[in-house]
Write a protein that binds this ligand. Structure first.
Ligand code: ADP
Ligand code: ZN
Length: 306
């Protein structure tokens, strides 16, 4: 089996592995996210370590954005603005290319999770599905017609504007620096922490009304994605979704707010198989990074053989 390095770059940590698939991950090294030069130096050292252990064919990096993923752009592979402080405009792909003569697959963290789920998880065999993460932020990666949806660069689904529920949530100001009432502002982990004055959403018991409001906002967001992208499945990951009681509440809210509009029985009668947890559990992102590497390797091979 071809061996790849996969790196999942998050706001607090970078997780590095090498291997070929979810059942063949040879190592797992966690690097603290600091200033880009410090963190990427350690990432480069990790890749050199993996190269000593195995014949690494390509590197895959799924990293927080926003990222410039327009292949025709002069700043392709750079982090753009509004990123983690210190990382604005950082040339991620350039840094790796300076050190390694290997194919490099790059995408956002959430697109990475989507491609991981497509390759080995709950999105296997599906031409159209959506992966959502509900964590520190809210993000979505969509597979449309068998390919990751990129558009002008990549979607920013968490910043979709939703109506604030004035009856259940009259005073909350939201947590997004840009929008008072985007989905991330009203339904991310930090929004629950701030609204309900707890250290973490984890501290809210399952019978707390916080979860009814959370299910309401997430259902509104999901309905908008369902009606726009017509996915064949929605996979929901991220820290907040570790609350197993939340999905059934979301199903109820979806039925209420769709109000009979979607007649497709495959969806409405089977919400529990339509909106599901990740098949790869917590490993969607890191497996996605391996899948990104694999894809870039196959593309490079194809070009060589032409
Ligand atoms: P990140 O989005 O930073 O990659 P996570 O997906 O783990 O990381 O999301 C972190 C957010 O999820 C935090 O706001 C945290 O409070 C919340 N969270 C983590 N675990 C749980 C849990 N078991 N139940 C509810 N919320 C959780
Ligand atoms: Zn926003």
């Amino acid at each position: 089996m071809n061996q790849f390095v996969g790196i999942e770059g998050g706001g607090t940590k970078f997780v590095c592995v090498y291997g070929s698939s979810p059942t063949d991950l040879q190592d797992r090294t966690v690097i603290k996210t600091q200033k880009p030069d410090v963190t990427m130096k350690e990432v480069i050292e990790y890749i050199r370590f993996a190269q000593k252990k195995a014949d690494i064919k390509a590197i895959g990096l799924a990293i927080f954005g926003p990222l410039d993923l327009d292949l025709t752009s002069s700043t392709y592979g750079c982090i753009t603005t509004a990123a983690k402080p210190g990382w604005e405009h950082y040339d991620v792909i350039g840094t790796l290319k300076d050190s390694f003569n290997l194919p490099i697959g790059l995408d956002t963290d959430v697109n990475g999770s989507a491609i991981g789920e497509h390759r080995w998880g709950a999105g296997q065999g599906l031409s159209d599905f959506l992966y959502l993460t509900i964590g520190t932020g809210i993000g979505g990666g969509a597979v449309v017609g068998g390919e990751l949806l990129h558009g002008a660069s990549h979607p920013e689904m968490g910043h979709m504007l939703v109506q604030q529920n004035r009856a259940l949530d009259p005073d909350f100001e939201g947590v997004c620096l840009y929008h008072k009432n985007c989905l991330e502002s009203l339904a991310s982990g930090p929004s629950m922490k701030t609204r309900w004055k707890v250290d973490s959403a984890l501290d809210l018991p399952p019978d707390h009304k916080a979860w009814d409001l959370e299910a309401h906002y997430l259902a509104v967001g999901l309905i908008n994605y369902m009606l726009t992208l017509a996915p064949k499945r929605i996979i929901m990951g991220g820290g907040v979704m570790r609350q197993a009681h939340l999905l059934p509440k979301i199903y109820q809210e979806i039925v209420t707010h769709l109000n009979g509009y979607l007649k497709d029985d495959k969806i409405i009668q089977h919400l529990d198989t339509y909106i599901v947890p990740p098949g790869l559990g917590e490993d969607s992102g890191i497996c996605g990074a391996i899948a990104l590497a694999e894809k870039s390797f196959m593309l490079a091979e194809k070009k060589c053989n032409r």
